[in-house]
Design a protein around this ligand. Structure first.
Ligand code: COA
Length: 374
């Protein structure tokens, strides 16, 4: 049944029904503001570009958890408990890295005493151990031993060290750190909402993040930087960019990494990533190619869709950055989850601080009251 309510809103008796909860305000948050019209993303009021230019992922995570800005905040990766390593060793080598990470966090939760209410210390511990767990799984599945954390390194270079067995050069670590910063938080998306729902039952932080990873794993959530990689493969080299872009659009296909449901302006996360990537002295080939293709794509999309602003989104630069630092595409989604740990756990803290059980109503559409058949 519909009435004069906004499109998509169905009124069941006195209560509005919005499929997908679209347009429903279900939480108050001081963590981030996403302004799609102006192309602005703020974490606790600070512009994402400034955070990328002047901060690190640990500083940004700490800002989200505590509200305090400490540019020098240090957060190394943490040891993986033996029970988690046993679980990771038990997985098939073909397991998806997202499944391995979700399993690792669930097992980690079983090894901890995670009292209610959740604390910034719990958030820090979960965020610090997760990269070690993902790196351990990536090594185990190729028959290599996990590497213990180097406590002198911050979280992102520490993750690369545990993944590759050698310290990354600072420019490479910096560009991945920028990716972690732009991926840290983005409002009440599906996985963050899942984390808040679980927290609202007074469950623990590991359960909330385990559930959030389950939500993020769905193909409708994270988008597809792996598809951007596939398209860049097809382009091959910058000289082919113009022809490839025109032919792809002529076939009615979409250019991956362009357009956004919320952002009409250039995605501020893509802008920040591009800036850091461009400042690298030795850009990996992937970045060189992506930058060349983007310029052509923006020009041709503007020509073909003068009525609609189709600009670069964050997935576009995520792809060459992740490839450039040596990650295989099947690790992209789980690496995004590592970055989002800061936001998920910050929402867990925020939800628990002013908790109300999240329990919406459902509109009953089954048969009316009746007798069982004789
Ligand atoms: C992200 C996305 C789903 C947003 O979609 P949306 O806001 O619903 O936009 P629409 O699907 O209504 O598209 C509007 C018009 O722009 C075109 N368009 C949108 N994104 C496009 C793209 N990436 N390449 C080419 N054309 C595109 C559509 O074909 C459509 O044109 P038409 O009106 O002539 O049919 C869409 O831009 C897209 O598919 N992008 C590519 C995938 C991607 O990068 N995903 C990651 C997002 S973070």
């Amino acid at each position: 049944m519909t009435d004069g309510s906004p499109a998509g809103t169905i009124v069941a008796g006195p209560k509005p029904y919005s499929p997908g909860l679209e347009g429903v305000v279900a939480a108050e948050t001081a963590l981030s503001l996403v302004d799609g019209e102006r192309g602005v993303l703020l974490y606790r009021g600070y512009r994402i570009g400034d955070l990328v230019d002047h901060g690190t992922y640990p500083a940004v995570a700490n800002l989200l958890w505590t509200g305090d800005w400490d540019a020098g905040h240090h957060l190394p990766t943490a040891l993986v408990p033996e029970a988690v390593l046993v679980a990771l060793r038990g997985l098939p080598t073909t397991a998806k890295p997202m499944d391995a990470l979700r399993t690792a966090i669930s097992v980690w939760g079983a090894t901890q005493t995670l009292e209610w209410p959740p604390t910034a210390e719990q958030a820090r511990a979960l965020t610090a151990f997760s990269p070690s767990a993902l790196a351990a799984f990536a090594r185990l599945r190729r028959g290599e031993d996990p590497i213990e954390p180097d406590l002198g390194l911050d979280l992102v270079p520490g993750f690369l060290y545990q993944l590759n067995g050698e310290r990354a050069d600072p420019a490479t670590a910096r560009v991945l750190d920028a990716y972690f910063i732009v991926g840290a938080e983005h409002g009440l998306n599906a996985s963050t909402f899942a984390a808040r729902v679980i927290t609202s039952t007074r469950s623990d932080i590991a359960s909330a993040v385990t559930g959030a990873i389950g939500a993020m794993k769905g193909p409708l959530h994270g988008g597809a930087p792996a598809e951007v990689v596939e398209q860049l493969h097809q382009v091959g080299s910058p000289e082919h960019a113009e022809q490839w872009v025109r032919e792809t659009l002529d076939r009615g296909e979409r250019l991956m990494g362009f357009g956004h449901r919320v952002y009409r302006a250039y995605d501020p996360r893509a802008a920040a990533l591009r800036r850091v990537a461009e400042s690298m002295e030795h850009k990996p080939d992937w970045l060189e190619l992506a930058i060349a293709v983007e310029d052509v794509a923006l020009r041709v999309l503007a020509e073909r869709h003068p009525e609609r602003a189709l600009k670069t989104n964050v997935e576009y630069y995520a792809a060459p950055v992740l490839m450039g630092v040596g990650l295989t595409p099947d690790l992209f989604a789980a690496t995004f989850a590592l970055a989002r740990n800061a936001g998920w756990t910050a929402h867990v803290l925020e939800q628990s601080a002013a908790n109300r059980l999240i329990r919406p109503d459902a509109r009953y559409i089954g048969p009316s009251e009746r007798d069982l058949p004789e």
